[in-house]
Design a protein. Structure first.
Lengths: 399, 278
């Protein structure tokens, strides 16, 4: 077991593009860290550099305090689980799991003991003599895990290990991975493009975009204090709503109407020397049906009236979708998020406001409804740099 | 009605299969039949010989030229196959896996060789080999065979290597294998069907060649079986050695059949299934 440090790491391709641009991450011993971002953001490149499958162009990678830039993968003592599992098809499950031990020249009795033990942990004992071709996706996935943990490496690297499983199995395996990591207490770097996986699994999350680390922090921190528009839009489901707004006479003029600004927001904007045109970010759960909000709470927010476009009742909550009139929030970050999610191709998806109302809400589809916004929770972003102007986190405010 | 439909389909397919098999096998059976006919019935046009004889077979083994030619054929074809497959495996692996300068040129040149009409190379080769003393030797045939078999070998093998997921190799590296260990314990076992298929194709190419063999050899030192057959003579100047030629032709196909049967079991399709994804 060991800590992993990426110290100003760059990956420069022959054509000059940057796969990783000044990546600085300190991963503590035993920590479960997630690299997340849209495809092509550099998360897999970063993982491959830690693994040794790709060269580091510049900077230093230390595992357990030792520089390993020049070491071959086999000398780094780390195990990797691949998205495609990469099981050896001509070997049985037992042989697959024994392979790393055999290469390490462990003696036969010890190999047999370790394989049995690992199979027990992963519930694979009765499959040990089967070939991967005859196994289900979930079983293959467990074999791939087994092959990684059998030799107790310094660290695990996982490259979207669950993305080939169907949705239900993925949730089960997610808890399995989480339990396994807690039990083994081995440093784990996990790559995914699924923000739900990132939120549920990691001790800390690293959000990346175009090879650049956007923000590092605990799941809750990233959710509450996103450093910029990209992180705000990427973390959370349904995603945060973004509205263009103009700062005027101490309030925010938006297409929903004027939103009041609490002192926290006003002070932050003054300190950041905010431009007049900004983007307001509001999470769906910070809306509520004005009818169910108590008066003293109602006073601290703003209320607007709009027609409910679509209403989805989930039982525990109601999701109400409103059409936003007028222009939409524009920024590079948002365009990239939309392209990644595929929503850029869906008509009307951009001009939609998603709100999560309580189940007791009386809102009906096609009728106008009064909605309250908890302005205390809003975030304000600079439309040009994408930076969060209201973040309490001084380190990320300038990111 | 519905129960008989699949049966009808089966019969239909069976008929088509039978037709294809007959089309392919009748010439072979014909030559087998000829090889068993006596000299006076050889031209009677009967498919099944009226009088059977082994004399054609006995006769060809009395010709010294044929036995030595058979030895030459087996030796030259085997050596060419081994060398072409070994070089081809390495080249194909490089082409499938690596990005190196001149890769396209290499592939292009090997394709060019395959497209080159062999007849146009015969006279230059003849001159060159005579000048450097390779004429009428085993290496004198092995060299051009390797040259012309390599494009075939490289193409077939690189297709097989491309089928093997690259991630398997990465996984082997992560599991602690050196590049050589990864190649030996992961890539080679998976590429084995491709290697055997290629070996069969190359062997057949070398075994069946007539053009180079007849042009670049002159004595029993290196003449191959196909050439020897062409030089059979009848009992008299007016007798066609049809029976002997037929018998020799049948004998020549036997090593190929053995070769294919021997390797057939190794060619297990879909060996890589189960490696990746669901």
């Amino acid at each position: 077991m060991a800590d992993i440090v990426l110290d100003h790491v760059y990956k420069r391709y022959p054509d000059g593009t940057l796969g990783a641009d000044d990546v600085n991450i300190e991963i503590a011993d035993g920590e479960f860290i997630i690299l997340v971002g849209p495809s092509g953001c550099g998360k897999s490149t970063t993982l491959n550099m830690i693994a040794g499958l790709e060269d580091i162009s510049e900077g230093e990678l230390r595992i357990g305090g030792d520089r390993v830039n020049e070491k071959a993968p086999k000398d780094r003592d780390i195990a990797m689980v691949f998205q495609s599992y990469a099981l050896y098809p001509h070997m049985t499950v037992r042989e697959n799991m024994a392979f790393p031990l055999k290469l390490a020249k462990v003696d036969k009795a010890e190999i047999a003991r370790k394989v049995e033990e690992t199979a027990q942990i992963l519930d694979l004992t009765q499959h040990l003599d089967r070939k991967p071709a005859n196994m289900s996706g979930g079983q293959r996935q467990r074999v791939a895990m087994g092959r990684a943990i059998v030799r107790s490496p310094k660290a695990f690297l996982m490259d979207e290990p669950l993305s080939n499983l169907d949705a239900k199995l993925r949730v089960q395996m997610r808890t399995m991975v989480s339990k396994l990591q807690q039990r083994l207490e081995t440093t784990t770097v996990y790559v995914t493009h699924d923000q739900t996986e990132a939120m549920t699994l990691g001790d800390r999350i690293v959000v990346m975009k175009s090879g650049v680390v956007q923000q590092i922090g605990s799941p809750q921190h990233l959710y509450d204090e996103p450093a910029n528009l990209f992180v705000a839009g990427f973390i959370g489901s349904p995603a945060m709503n973004f509205l263009p707004a103009t700062l005027e006479n101490g309030s925010l003029r938006t297409s929903l109407g004027d939103l009041g600004m609490p002192d926290r927001v006003r002070r932050a904007l003054e300190a950041a020397d905010a431009p007049r045109e900004v983007i307001v970010g509001i999470r769906p759960e910070h809306f509520e049906d004005a009818g169910v909000v108590e008066d003293h709470v109602r006073a601290r927010g703003s209320v607007f009236t709009a027609e409910v476009d679509v209403l989805e009742s989930m039982g525990s909550d109601k999701f109400a979708y409103f059409k936003i009139e007028g222009e939409q929030a524009m920024s590079d970050d948002l365009a990239e998020l939309a392209a990644d999610a595929g929503t850029a191709d869906v008509p009307d998806s951009a001009g939609q406001l998603v709100t999560r109302l309580s189940a007791t809400s009386q809102a009906r589809e096609g009728e106008r409804s009064e909605v309250w916004v908890d302005t205390d929770k809003i975030q304000i972003f600079d439309p040009h740099s994408g930076a969060n102007l209201t973040s309490k986190d001084p380190a990320t405010a300038n990111a | 009605m519905t129960a008989t439909a699949p049966a009808n389909k089966k019969i239909g397919w069976g008929l088509i299969n039978l037709l294809v098999i007959l089309y392919a096998l009748i010439p072979v059976l014909w030559i087998v039949s000829l090889s068993f006919k006596t000299a006076d019935t050889i031209t009677d046009g009967n498919f099944i010989p009226r009088s059977w004889t082994w004399s054609n077979y006995a006769q060809i083994f009395q010709i010294d030229l044929f036995t030595s030619a058979l030895r030459n054929s087996i030796g030259i074809a085997l050596i060419s196959t081994v060398i072409a497959v070994v070089i081809g495996t390495m080249a194909a692996y490089a082409i499938a896996r690596l990005d190196f300068p001149g890769k396209k040129a290499l592939v292009g040149v090997s394709l060019l060789i395959a497209m080159f009409p062999q007849i146009s190379l015969v006279s230059p080769l003849f001159d060159i080999e005579r000048a450097i003393g390779l004429f009428d030797t085993w290496p004198g045939l092995i060299l051009p065979y390797i040259t012309f078999a390599l494009p075939l070998a490289i193409y077939t093998l690189s297709a097989f290597f491309r089928e093997i997921p690259w991630e398997l190799e990465k996984a082997a590296k992560m599991d602690g294998a050196t590049p050589l260990q990864a190649f030996r314990s992961v890539i080679v076992p998976l590429a084995a069907p491709g290697v055997f298929t290629t070996a069969i194709l190359v062997f057949i190419f070398c075994w069946n060649d007539f053009l180079f063999a007849v042009s670049l050899t002159s004595t029993s030192r290196s003449q191959t079986a196909t050439v020897a057959i062409s030089q059979f003579t009848g009992a008299s100047q007016f007798a066609e050695p049809t029976g002997s030629i037929a018998a020799a032709a049948v004998l020549l196909t036997i090593p190929i059949i053995i070769f294919v049967l021997f390797f057939q079991r190794r060619i297990v399709a879909g060996l890589t299934s189960g490696a990746v994804k669901g």
